[in-house]
Design a protein. Structure first.
Length: 202
């Protein structure tokens, strides 16, 4: 890969309208995140990160285009999670809370953020398949053991809304979101202490 490829990929993301070109640029960014993300300028990394977050929100909120946008959304999710793994214990310590809080903005955003949360948990637990060192994986696990409650509260939030929907005329929770909530809850049970779950009203 050319040393300038990453700079070109940032330009492509900001200017290209072709989704296949964008996918190519995202592949380059993903490789960069895994190989030498830590040595890049922090302001530059922040601008890339913010662009990806804004762009994926735009895509998931385009009603009727879910199938058309799915391959791009999936790739952006992978890149955002890769950045989160690199920065959660250092320069993006609100990564998990950002995903959980912004998930309440809309059902589409919520379902996609849950996909990222699931992927994040899976990758922490299968670090040997990725570029994480044992030390880095342990740091992420330790932080997860401190912040898992935010994910539990997000699941509880959706379960409560779904239950309340049976008694009023508020917007119904889509089946796709409810199913994803159960999937997220199931994935994160490995992080929930046994006594914590028993003490909760679910």
């Amino acid at each position: 890969m050319s040393p300038n490829a990453f700079s070109y990929s940032d330009f492509i993301l900001q200017n290209s309208k072709n989704k296949y070109t964008l996918f190519f640029a995202l592949n380059i960014i993903e490789r960069t995140v895994k190989s030498h993300w830590t040595v890049l300028d922090q302001n530059f990394k922040l601008s890339v990160r913010n662009f990806l977050i804004d762009y994926v929100i735009k895509l998931v909120n385009e009603e009727g285009k879910e199938n058309e946008n799915s391959f791009l959304i999936s790739k952006i999710n992978i890149v955002i999670v890769a950045i989160g793994k690199q920065e959660w214990t250092t320069t993006w310590q609100t990564f998990l809370s950002d995903l959980c809080q912004s998930a309440r903005a809309s059902q589409n955003i919520c379902r996609n953020n849950m996909k990222m949360l699931i992927l994040f948990s899976e990758e922490i637990n299968s670090f040997w398949k990725d570029s994480l060192t044992v030390k880095k994986a342990q740091e992420l696990r330790n932080k997860m053991s401190q912040e898992f409650k935010q994910v539990f509260e997000l699941c509880q939030f959706i379960f409560d809304i779904s239950q309340n929907n049976q008694n009023n005329t508020q917007e119904q929770v889509k089946n796709e979101l409810l199913n994803k909530t159960f999937e997220l809850f199931g994935e994160y049970t490995i992080w929930f202490p046994y006594n914590f779950v028993l003490d909760q009203k679910i």
